[in-house]
Write a protein that binds this ligand. Structure first.
Ligand code: F6P
Length: 482
């Protein structure tokens, strides 16, 4: 889809992304002036190329509370910052988004908290994002709303601007009706999403869960992927569709980095720095309870206890990037994981080698690719994950095709990467056997599996994802004709 800046007004755009975060981080340039830099991260990596190709605008929070910033340009993108106060961050972001919806949508791994004040703030902030988008949207513009923080925005847009083409993409899982039904204000959330012409999910099972919720909790009629939406008076208003559109990565960027001599040299340096172990196992996650970090560390620790692996022969590098650090369940997780690492290292480290190299940092993508390249085995043991782009990045970075991916069946990526060693991370014995199998896998088998997975990742990159979604959004022939 070719989008150009509208000629209708100097300040309106034909293609707008609305996401909780803007795709930039603040930094300081060589002269000490504050400046903005493109930020890393799944969503940004996924949408930046689309934005650049379409000369679009992006509406989102710039990351600092209590600060009003004027719209500005970064590269080919027009960025519209939405301000959030301390209270907005506490109740809309940390509260309703990340202590209510996040655990609820991830199989209640921790208990969701329900507070009416959080809901009120979530509604208010969603209205603010919707207003910012409607203000800059050209007639008949396409607006693509991203993720669970903004589920009310599609309906708010539809009411304010019925001319818009509205897409929504849910990056995280959508829970089964029996779990979703717990949510106070569940009807408003479903109605919010149904404001979109097309609602995208990572897996078909997520789309099916949503359709079942809509049928059971709203009584709308569902035919295939289409929901026939009615207003309160029982009159048909429009058709909204729910489809699976699994997200991917900027594959070529990872491949180019993997070919770069600088990154290759860094990979070799990392192996030396770790004392040249025979096998490097890697975990890369935000420090989040959905990722199964403790499960993986426990499994690795037991393998050392049992002598099935040994320090010096094997080393687990665990990158756990800081995340949502003021939310209670994240604080608890950090204590649990760091306690486990400390105990295992205390028992198994030697003066020259460590069992687990734990890194509570974020790293630039160059360093991540160097880590992927040096890792003989990567452990993606999520208890529940919308997609997991780390699994796909690892596959893309395996130019030599011999790395082994151990992948949770509860991550969306398992639908596409069927040739990984698929595991149930709750079954620690199964996980331990899978780790040993990965470590001992004959090169021919590892190569065969990796070749098949790479073929998939090469053909299904993030550009393909966005093109497919936007094409489907545009092609809906029944829009507003129900
Ligand atoms: O996976 C959902 C998501 O919101 C991603 O889009 C994002 O990269 C990650 O979680 C972290 O989100 P945040 O730091 O904004 O809470």
């Amino acid at each position: 889809m070719t989008q150009t800046k509208s000629t209708h007004s100097p300040h309106s755009y034909d293609f707008i992304v609305v996401a909780n975060r803007l795709p930039v981080d603040r930094s300081v340039d060589a002269e000490g002036n504050p400046t903005w830099k493109r930020s890393p991260g799944g969503l940004v990596t996924a949408l930046a190329p689309v934005m650049e190709n379409n000369d679009g605008a992006w509406v989102g929070w710039h990351g600092a509370p209590n600060e009003k910033i004027k719209p500005f340009d970064e590269g080919n993108m027009h960025l519209v910052p939405v301000p959030l106060s301390d209270e907005d961050v506490e109740m809309y972001y940390e509260g309703f988004s990340n202590a209510t919806l996040w655990p609820l949508y991830h199989d209640v791994i921790v208990s969701p908290e329900y507070h009416r004040t959080w809901w009120d703030r979530y509604s208010l902030v969603n209205q603010r994002f919707a207003d910012a988008a409607t203000k800059i949207a050209a007639p008949n513009a396409t607006v693509w709303v991203q993720d669970y923080q903004l589920q009310l925005v599609p309906a708010l847009l539809r009411v304010a601007r019925p001319d818009l083409h509205i897409g929504f993409f849910n990056h995280i899982p959508f829970p089964p009706a029996e779990i979703f039904a717990q949510l106070p204000r569940r009807a408003q959330i479903l109605d919010g999403l149904l404001g979109a012409d097309l609602i995208g999910f990572q897996r078909q099972s997520d789309a099916n869960n949503f359709l079942r919720c809509v049928r059971r909790l709203r009584g709308h009629s569902v035919r295939g992927s289409a929901v026939h939406v009615y207003d309160d008076a029982g009159l048909p208003t429009h058709i909204s569709r729910a489809e699976a559109h699994p997200i991917s990565i900027d594959t070529q960027r990872i491949i180019d980095l993997a070919k770069s001599p600088k990154v290759q040299a860094r990979a070799e340096e990392i192996r030396r720095e770790l004392g040249n172990p025979e096998t490097i196992l890697l975990g890369v996650d935000r420090l989040d309870y959905t990722k199964g970090i403790a499960h993986r560390i426990k499994a690795f620790g037991e393998l050392l206890d049992e002598g099935r692996l040994s320090v010096g022969q094997a080393c687990l590098v665990q990158v756990a990037s800081p995340s949502r650090e003021r939310v209670g369940s994240y604080l608890n997780l950090r204590e649990e994981v760091e306690g486990l690492v400390g105990r295992i290292n205390g028992e198994h480290d030697t003066l020259s080698h460590t069992a687990i190299r734990y890194l509570h940092h974020s790293y630039p993508v160059e360093e991540m690719v160097a880590l992927y390249m040096v890792a003989d085995v990567i452990l993606v043991t999520a208890l529940r994950d919308g997609m997991n782009l780390v699994a796909k990045e690892y596959v893309a970075s395996q130019e030599d095709q011999i790395g082994v991916l151990v992948l949770s069946e509860f991550a969306g990526a398992a639908d596409q990467l069927r040739h990984a060693i698929l595991i149930n991370p709750h079954d620690i014995d199964d996980l331990k056997d899978a780790i040993v199998r990965a470590v001992e896998m004959p090169e021919a088998e590892a190569t065969r599996r990796m070749r098949i997975m790479r073929r998939h990742i090469l053909s299904q990159d993030v550009t393909r994802w966005s093109e497919t979604f936007l094409r489907s959004l545009k092609k809906d022939p029944t829009r507003n004709e129900a």
